[in-house]
Design a protein around this ligand. Sequence first.
Ligand code: GRF
Length: 222
Amino acid sequence: MVKKASLVILISGSGSNLQAIIDAVENDQLNAEIKTVISNQVSAKGLDRASKANITTHVIDHRSYHSRENFDHAMIQAIDMANPDLVILAGFMRILSRTFIEHYKDRLINIHPSLLPRYKGLNTHQLVLDNGDKVHGASVHYVGLELDSGPVVIQAEIPVLDSDTAQTLASRVLIEEHKIYPIAIKMHIDGRIRLEDGQLLLDDNPLTVPLLWKEGKLISHR
Ligand code: GRF
């Protein structure tokens, strides 16, 4: 039996992606143990999800720290106690410092509700509607130094319907997020996907275009 990967998951809110990862661990899709869930918000619903699954939780409230560096230092201390193979941002709504990002180089992953590089930052669903885009989606990426940057592993794509609002788009994208995040995490912990000198590799070959998840299927290349 291959050793289980150690995961640390950072959240700020609902934690539906956290739940998808908990479920994937519980049904053995992921050979992993979620060592701890850390939230910067004491009221995050995701904390209840973690507790229900008997996962240790920590609240590190950013408002108790004078600077981003001090906050990130406290986070690093808590995270490193778990010696994680992968640090997973799952709706973690704080910008991270260069020190933090470099500390977890090649083992820090995020999910963002857009087809990156389109629509970094907030309000992605409304921006898709405002621009009349025909497709939308979500991206899982290793975390780079700029906001919502870094090599994209997999994207889920959905059509934008005439009847869509920002809310309907958000909920349809979220359903796809719950599918692609465990897939990307599995590829990382199984050693299939990795970063080497900034280059994304899949099964030791450069992956220059993200994997695509569409209509419930993984399509290797576009
Ligand atoms: C998701 O849309 C994710 O892409 C973004 O924040 C949201 C988190 O949702 N980064 P949840 O807390 O996982 O339900």
